[in-house]
Design a protein around this ligand. Structure first.
Ligand SMILES: Nc1ncnc2c1ncn2[C@@H]1O[C@H](COP(=O)(O)OS(=O)(=O)O)[C@@H](OP(=O)(O)O)[C@H]1O
Length: 356
């Protein structure tokens, strides 16, 4: 102090003034820095999240805003706030490759014409569900392509989100249970079941749309029209023997890994059925009756706001088609045929689907 006094005392008045001003500037700057206002580099926005997830900088965007309840909603929020030109005002690149591709933790394995598309589209409005749009057919047709091929088909998911796919033919594929099990024994399996008689007619209607010269329903359904013996080699019939197919799955998975969704209730009470599905998947009940409205023209429930859209949407023309008339005696025979298998299913699942 004495030293500086001595030096200042020997300076000219102009020099004293400039020293004084320099000191004012220096102390003002010091105060600003202590207040945190003088950083010349942008702060890495998500540093705190590395510690949060112990992720050491991998997938920085994956952990973005991990303090929020749902990673899915965080991503949406970022997109709506930040510019969409690939950079943000804080020099954080916005890529559309958030997260990583994982094997599905839950699969809709069946049944064909049960209402599997409706279920998947309804689930996709949940922020914590990401699903493949098309049917991958990995465990039946493309198993030879290998698990990496399959994983690559999956959408990227963030921490806490569920990866899903639906391929209804898995349910009747002999090898599928073993194959799914060897991918992960933790896989959750969802089966949408529908009255097997209506399901057969629905299946027939689909084939008829593709091949208008198809024989009549009764020609295909009976092995012998006089004895009324049902032709179980016709896949449209065979698929509806749910109890038999279920036996294959129960060799590998406990019943607690399977959820049976009623195809009928998915139409009459979509929100109620979706509540069960969300509970089974361990998801917050986000999808409620607010998401659905009944479209009189379509004759089915439709979504008020499907994923990625703000406009109401129903499923396409191939879903909810009118069925051709099938003579009542044929329907009765089919009902008789399926009854014991249905009862077996009710017993196996502990759930009466009310088809009889
Ligand atoms: N909300 C809604 N909208 C339209 N259709 C609905 C809906 N919910 C269930 N369904 C029933 O779904 C049936 C088709 O089943 P899938 O989607 O499993 O068919 S497929 O196996 O993928 O081809 C389809 O069968 P069809 O009526 O025979 O066309 C519908 O009855």
């Amino acid at each position: 102090m004495g030293c500086s006094k001595w030096r200042v005392g020997h300076l000219k008045p102009q020099s004293k003034l400039s020293v004084f001003l320099t000191m004012i500037i220096f102390f003002t700057y010091l105060f600003y820095c202590l207040g945190g206002f003088c950083e010349s580099f942008p702060r890495p926005l998500f540093n705190h999240n590395r510690a949060f997830h112990g992720n050491e900088g991998k997938d920085a965007e994956r952990v973005a805003g991990a303090h929020e309840a749902s990673p899915g909603s965080v991503v949406r929020e970022q997109h709506s706030v930040w510019p969409h030109d690939g950079t943000s005002s804080r020099n954080i690149p916005i890529a559309n490759n958030f997260g990583s591709k994982k094997f599905p933790q839950a699969i809709i394995i069946g049944v064909k014409k049960g209402g599997t598309r409706a279920l998947l589209e309804f689930l996709r409005i949940h922020p914590d569900v990401r699903a493949v749009g098309s049917e991958p057919h990995f465990f039946d047709r493309f198993y030879h392509k290998g698990l990496e091929w399959y994983r690559n088909m999956m959408p990227r998911t963030l921490e806490g989100q569920i990866t899903m796919e639906k391929t209804p033919s898995y349910f009747i594929t002999k090898e599928a249970p073993r194959r799914v099990f060897s991918m992960s024994r933790q896989t959750k399996l969802i089966v949408v079941v529908r009255d097997p008689v209506t399901r057969t007619v629905s299946d027939y209607t689909q084939t008829l749309t593709k091949s208008p010269t198809l024989p009549s329903f009764q020609n295909l359904a009976f092995r012998n029209s006089t004895t009324g013996l049902i032709d179980t080699t016709w896949s449209a019939i065979r698929i509806g023997i749910y109890a038999k197919h279920l036996e294959n799955w129960l060799r590998y998975f406990p019943l607690s890994h399977l959820l049976f969704v009623s195809g009928e209730r998915l139409v009459s009470d979509p929100a109620g059925e979706m509540g069960r599905v969300q509970d089974f998947l361990g998801l917050k009940r986000v999808i409620t009756d607010k998401h659905f409205y009944f479209n009189q023209t379509k004759g089915f429930p439709c979504l008020k706001k499907p994923e990625g859209s703000s406009r109401p949407r129903c499923l396409g023309k191939s879903k909810g088609r009118p069925h051709p008339h099938i003579p009542s005696d044929v329907i009765i025979r089919l009902r008789d045929f399926y009854r014991p298998f249905n009862l077996k299913l009710y017993q196996m699942t502990g759930h009466n689907f009310g088809w009889d």
